[in-house]
Design a protein around this ligand. Structure first.
Ligand code: ZN
Length: 249
């Protein structure tokens, strides 16, 4: 159940597993997190709406449409990651959802049948279009995408899920975008990782309202199952990040 007041939404049950067993967890930067005792989901409650959040990060990586923060290292890392994606993108239709400057979509375009990048940040999309003309880039929001009939064999969405105001809307969009039996590759900070500081407020990744929610393996297992995705594997990571591949049933 949700109660909306102005730019914030207060919930009395867990947005992931719908259980009312939620408690106050921690405060940082004057934002208050709750934790679900059933699925470990940690989320801002009240939650700022998407309009508020969009204003905060539109200018984070793109000062202008001609430059992109850490562009050369992002491009190098995209090509280094390509072998991991290869079995799922070779001669397939691929989408990077939350593509930023388009680096991953560009690397994938050399092996896929088609490569698309979508981002809500207009400046990022303009930059990506200018730089990588072999990729299809679009600036679209969640409601545009829910109406879309376009479906992909592989969807990559890296470091997006921790930013979205309405986690269930984001999941509906992913469900809409991935073909039946298609693959979904997600990365997000891992709150259950041994390297997370004991005093979690000292962890720089806990930075509301940039990141509005956090997950463990348990949380994402519950959440992705709810939307018809079976997690096939969690990739090993020495850093506190969840990296996992799921398949739509
Ligand atoms: Zn829960």
């Amino acid at each position: 159940m949700k109660k909306s007041s102005g730019n914030f939404v207060k919930t009395i049950s867990c947005p992931v597993c719908d259980n009312p067993n939620i408690n106050y967890f921690i405060k940082k930067n004057d934002y208050s997190f709750d934790k679900c005792n059933e699925c470990d989901f940690i989320f801002l409650n009240p939650m700022p709406n998407q309009t508020v959040l969009n204003k905060i990060y539109t200018d984070e990586d793109t000062k202008t449409t001609d430059g992109y923060k850490k562009a050369s290292s992002r491009l190098r890392r995209a090509f280094l990651k390509l072998p991991r994606f290869l079995p799922y993108v070779l001669n397939k239709n691929s989408l990077d959802f939350g593509c930023g400057g388009g680096f991953v979509a560009y690397a994938i375009s050399f092996v896929s049948k088609s490569s698309t990048g979508i981002d809500i940040n207009e400046k990022a999309v303009i930059y990506a279009k200018k730089r990588f003309n072999r990729v299809n880039f679009f600036c679209k929001n969640f409601s545009d995408l829910l109406k879309s009939q376009e479906k992909y064999d592989f969807v990559h969405s890296s470091e997006v899920i921790e930013h979205v105001s309405d986690i269930n809307l984001y999941m509906q969009v992913l469900k809409q975008l991935v073909k039946k039996k298609g693959y979904l590759y997600i990365t997000t900070p891992d709150l259950g990782h041994p390297k997370v500081p004991e005093d979690i407020t000292k962890w720089d990744v806990l930075c509301p309202p940039i990141h509005v929610q956090h997950f463990t393996k348990k949380t994402v297992s519950v959440l992705f199952k709810k939307y018809g995705f079976n997690i096939i594997k969690f990739y090993k990571n020495r850093k506190p990040g969840l990296i996992f591949l799921s398949q739509k049933s």
